[in-house]
Design a protein around this ligand. Structure first.
Ligand code: 6GU
Length: 235
């Protein structure tokens, strides 16, 4: 998968060199490009924002540097009028659709993702409208709270998506038994020692009875989900 990120803080993404995703890049599974939005400015101060039309607090990101940067990324991929295929452009935004495990799974099958990180009060609306004439565009939110910019959100999305790409996580079975894959929270986990600080591992897990263990885990998942996230159990 090819991933391009547009940001005014390219150093933010230096950490993608390490850990699981760093290995995936070395293995050629993920090809990452980070683009500094300010490289597409023409003035001495490398200005990327301006005051909002109609007034109001804060600053809005100007369209021209976005247009120039996205033109370069999208034309390199031969994107054209056929936007069923080609790159998918994602703008992290608290005004977007909520990112979920099923969205991560869907996005992990894309060939080319482009993330546009906004800062300040947002990006000029025409950047979304213009990009949508050439590519699929989605606004995506991590949840109902506000971050200062899209960078942290993009980091979270790339980690969630990247680990679902075949070959990135060593043991694919570890992806099956985790929270949200079956619509429930995961069961608690234990390892040795069997007793620690007076706390014992639930005896069923030491029983060797695989059917009983599976039933216990299922019950734990249901109990946890009912208690912490009843919204997940609504039809
Ligand atoms: Cl994707 N961006 C920003 N700026 N704030 C957010 C968010 C995204 N998701 C939740 N809050």
């Amino acid at each position: 998968m090819r991933i391009d990120i547009v940001t005014i803080f390219p150093e933010f993404f230096d950490v993608l060199d390490i850990s699981l995703l760093g290995k995936a890049r070395q293995a050629g599974i993920i090809d990452l490009g980070v683009h500094n939005l300010r490289d597409a400015t023409t003035d001495r101060h490398r200005t990327v924002d301006d005051t909002p039309y109609g007034g109001g607090a804060g600053m809005v990101m100007k369209p021209e540097p976005w247009g120039k940067t996205l033109d370069g990324i999208l034309s390199a991929d031969g994107s054209d009028a056929d936007h069923e295929k080609g790159p998918l452009v994602i703008f992290p935004s608290p005004a977007g659709e909520v990112f979920t495990q099923s969205m991560a799974r869907e996005l992990s099958t894309e060939e080319h993702l482009v993330f546009g990180c906004g800062r300040y009060e947002g990006i000029d609306q025409r950047v979304f409208d213009d990009t949508a004439t050439r590519a699929r565009v989605r606004l995506v939110s991590l949840g109902d709270y506000v971050l200062n910019g899209g960078e942290v959100a993009v980091m979270a999305m790339i980690e969630a998506i990247g680990r679902l790409i075949p070959g990135v996580v060593g043991n694919p079975h570890s992806l099956v038994e985790e929270s949200h894959e079956d619509g429930l929270l995961e069961a608690p986990s234990y390892t040795k020692p069997a007793s620690w600080r007076g706390l014992d591992v639930p005896p069923v897990l030491l029983s060797g009875n695989h059917a009983a263990i599976a039933a216990w885990r299922r019950e734990q998942q249901l109990e946890r989900t009912r208690r912490v996230r009843p919204d997940l159990l609504q039809p």
